[in-house]
Design a protein around this ligand. Structure first.
Ligand code: ZN
Length: 174
């Protein structure tokens, strides 16, 4: 039975720690962690969550895109676990868009990201995948990938002036 676990908040050193490679994906504890991540991101209606946000310093994150006020065209997908990921290449075309983070509540930042990335990762079944992500999914992937390297979106903004409160963000998108 998956559990709702507390999400680590900015200031917790685990969010600033490089996460460890996952050796045995079939281990029950790893599979249970994946279930907990999927359950938690669903309860909070997020589009992604990384293992360090549930206090586990492991190279696992979940992508769980769904349409939302900011991205009505965002793809609806069953949540997928991305394990031991790598970003093989980044497009030169960069776009800036607003990001939030479950570990940094109440704030949004205008974050530059590559529009297209080519990635590799292992699925929770242990299968190696290589694929391209674009637009919103590429943004989620890059945001969550940063969490595995001890980075948060605040590290990516060009200026603190590109940081706003949720209250102002919801005015912008309404
Ligand atoms: Zn985040």
């Amino acid at each position: 039975m998956a559990k709702l676990l507390e999400i680590t908040q900015l200031g917790d050193p685990i969010l600033r720690t490089k996460a460890e490679h996952v050796d045995d994906i079939q281990d029950n504890l790893i599979q249970r962690l994946i279930d907990d991540l999927i359950y938690t991101v669903g309860v909070v209606n997020g589009v992604g969550i990384a293992a360090p946000q549930l206090s586990e310093s492991l190279r696992i994150f979940i992508m769980a895109s769904h349409p939302n006020p900011r991205y009505p065209e965002a793809p609806l997908m069953d949540p997928i676990a991305i394990i031991n990921p790598g970003i093989i290449s980044y497009s030169d075309d960069i776009n800036k868009d607003w990001e939030g983070c479950l570990s940094i509540p109440g704030m949004r930042g205008l974050v530059p990201r590559s529009n297209t990335i080519f990635v590799e990762y292992i699925t929770r079944e242990g299968k190696k995948e290589e694929r391209m992500y674009e637009d919103f999914l590429a943004r989620i992937f890059q945001h969550e990938f940063d969490h595995l390297n001890g980075m948060v979106f605040l590290d990516r903004i060009d200026s603190v002036k590109n940081l706003i409160t949720d209250q102002e963000y919801f005015k912008l998108i309404s």
